[in-house]
Design a protein around this ligand. Structure first.
Ligand SMILES: CC(=O)SCCNC(=O)CCNC(=O)[C@H](O)C(C)(C)COP(=O)(O)OP(=O)(O)OC[C@H]1O[C@@H](n2cnc3c(N)ncnc32)[C@H](O)[C@@H]1OP(=O)(O)O
Ligand SMILES: CC(C)C(=O)C(=O)O
Length: 589
């Protein structure tokens, strides 16, 4: 045998790596005494939805007024208390929407809307004017502070960049004081755009300069929002930056430190969560992560991540499909099937071992809930492969397990149990799973609950005519009565119809005694040459109450073949006789 040494090839992909640099080489962050890794998130942050601003500015087709209103109503319904509604000075559509919220009185008392503005006098004025008539609002001012923006976009040095932030804030304060009435509660948010790329000490300097103008204090908070406008580093680096800012910002108790994360590296959620560990009080994002490029951080995932740790998310996401439908309608974009918590497939298992574990997990949970007097909340959620109970977000269990060629007995029997209340014995599950597997291999694709029922009924319930099935089977039970026989024995009389190819059906009246109805029925069948022995038997009711239907399962040896049969009938006795007939017919099929 030969072994292989570690490869020392340079640039094996051949991709032009020389064009790129490590983030930390360009933006060194040194915080060796960082504390955030040992912290724990204990509470939901203040959420701000920017669906109607950052989300909307990223749509192929921005939302029309009706869609905006629908989105706004959804955000209110979910419990959002801070909503950025647009950039009123930038477009007539944003201005009109802002005015419609004011004029139609659509902003609830406990909700604060905010609007975005650049640091330009005329834009600031238009923005503040758009808020006239609102009792409470926040103006959000931003300017880019990062080196590439200073050099390429603004042609500004650091001082001029800081001055742009300062003069914008001065203009805003002055104009707000001039135009807004004394009873208007005016808030202020400042964002050094591309904070993540800005030298940390400079970002701090700009924020301090802005705060010197705003003068935060009791009853005069300031939101300092630190965006990863373009996500370019690992979440731990951003967390270091946040901890640095949180430690070094003066007047910290009056600062609402806020994260605004995008998802360019696919780590927006982790970035926001680590930022929470590092000290942010507030997180801005969009439902299902709709937003520029790869999106804004997804508020649904963040909130449900908290929920799954037993922390109140402070957003009500108990009907996630409705949230998704509204978001899809408003954004005219699909939520992909694997989107955390809300995607179509996220509570679904196809593979056999997963289905088996989920099925056992549900059974274990049902037992523990019963032991706790039926109190679902008294039992900690601990079901394999399911980070939370799908029911808590309005999903049904039916969708959890879906069957295809990757599935095993666990999934197949789970589906039959959850959709048809049939609890098959373990060996029968194995037998049915093989039948379903052959079907899946032959026809491909998914086997729906309806198709599975048809496969089951066609195989085990030969006389089923419903669901478009053709009845088959050599024998059919027409009637049966039992009575007490001699001593402890049971006497049975039954009518069995035999189908003979090309001839008229033959009717048999069969009689026998046995030590119970099943024993007697088997003995009676032997009188017409049917050689069957019952090896195992199980039964259960399909529904509770007087009209309950019974399902019986029998494992039989039919002339040397071992196979299962099933019978479903309001009478337990007929169900078990039909189960034996089912096994006999299957053996002959
Ligand atoms: C990261 C973000 O999401 S930030 C929000 C981005 N969203 C938007 O930009 C959508 C709305 N914006 C717009 O519709 C337009 O930019 C408007 C209406 C606000 C302004 O339009 P215009 O006056 O035509 O400016 P335009 O956008 O073409 O150019 C930007 C100019 O503003 C300057 N600018 C950009 N951002 C800012 C800022 N925050 N503060 C001050 N000036 C700024 C640029 O340097 C540039 O100046 P120049 O013309 O001297 O080179
Ligand atoms: C305006 C700011 C907060 C922004 O949208 C960003 O930097 O992504």
């Amino acid at each position: 045998m030969k072994t292989q040494g570690r490869s020392s090839r340079q640039n094996p992909s051949g991709m032009p790596i020389a064009k790129y640099r490590h983030f930390l080489d360009v933006n060194p962050v040194s915080l060796p005494d960082r504390t955030w890794p040992d912290n724990r998130i204990l509470k939901a942050p203040r959420w701000l939805s920017t669906d109607l601003r950052d989300g909307n500015q990223a749509l192929i087709e921005p939302m029309d007024p009706a869609r905006k209103k629908l989105m706004f109503e959804l955000l209110i319904e979910l419990g959002l208390k801070e909503i950025e509604i647009g950039f009123p000075a930038a477009s007539a559509a944003d201005l009109e929407f802002c005015r419609s919220l004011v004029e139609e009185g659509l902003v609830p008392e406990d909700v604060t809307i905010s609007v975005l503005t650049q640091s330009r006098q005329e834009i600031i004025h238009k923005t503040v004017d758009a808020l006239e008539g609102l009792p409470r609002a926040v103006v959000h001012l931003y300017n880019a502070t990062s080196p590439v923006f200073r050099r390429v976009v603004f042609h500004n040095d650091k001082e001029a960049t800081k001055q742009l932030a300062v003069t914008g804030t001065q203009e805003l304060v002055a104009y707000m004081e001039k135009t807004l009435g004394d009873d208007v509660v005016a808030g202020f948010e400042y964002s050094p755009e591309i904070f993540v790329d800005t030298e940390l000490d400079f970002a701090l300097e700009v924020c301090e300069a802005v705060m010197d103008v705003w003068q935060p204090g009791p009853d005069r908070e300031i939101v300092i929002n630190l965006p990863t406008t373009v996500e370019r580093c690992t979440p731990n680096v951003y967390a270091d930056q946040i901890e640095y800012m949180s430690r070094n910002l003066s007047r910290r108790e009056h600062v609402v430190l806020s994260a605004h994360n995008h998802n360019d590296r696919g780590t927006g959620i982790a970035t926001a969560e680590l930022a929470m560990l590092a000290g942010v009080d507030r997180v801005e994002g969009c439902l299902f992560g709709q937003g520029e490029r790869t999106g804004n951080v997804d508020l649904v995932t963040l909130a449900l991540n908290l929920f799954s740790q037993g922390i109140d998310p402070e957003l009500n996401l108990s009907d996630i499909d409705r949230v998704r439908r509204v978001v899809e309608h408003c954004t005219q974009m699909d939520v992909p099937p694997r989107t955390p918590y809300g995607g179509d497939l996220v509570y679904t298992s196809f593979s056999g071992s997963h289905q088996d574990a989920i099925k056992k997990g549900f059974a274990d949970r049902a037992r523990k809930v019963a032991e706790n007097g039926g109190d679902e909340n008294a039992v900690i959620w601990d079901v394999p492969y399911l980070p939370l109970d799908p029911k808590d977000v309005g999903r049904t269990y039916e969708a959890v397990v879906r069957v295809n060629s990757q599935s095993g007995k666990g999934g197949v029997s789970y589906l039959l149990s959850s959709t048809r209340q049939l609890d098959l014995p373990r060996r029968m599950q194995i037998e049915l799973s093989g039948i379903v597997q052959r079907h899946a291999d032959k026809f491909g694709g998914e086997i729906t609950a309806e198709q599975l029922w048809r496969i089951f009924a066609d195989e085990y319930l030969p006389h089923t005519e419903a669901d478009g099935l053709s009845p088959w089977g050599k024998y059919r039970l027409a009637s049966a009565t039992v009575s007490a026989g001699d001593g402890s024995s049971t006497a049975l009389e039954a009518r069995v119809v035999e189908r003979i190819e090309g001839k008229r059906d033959k009717r048999h009246l069969i009689e026998a005694s046995g030590n119970g109805p099943i024993d007697a029925f088997v003995a009676a069948l032997s009188t017409i040459g049917v050689d069957v022995h019952v090896l195992d038997y199980a039964e259960h009711a399909l529904a509770s109450g007087r009209d309950a239907t019974a399902a019986a399962y029998v494992e039989c040896d039919v002339a040397g073949q071992t196979l299962w049969g099933c019978g479903i009938d309001p009478s337990t006795m007929r169900a078990s006789f039909n189960a034996i007939i089912s096994a006999v017919n299957r053996a002959a099929r």
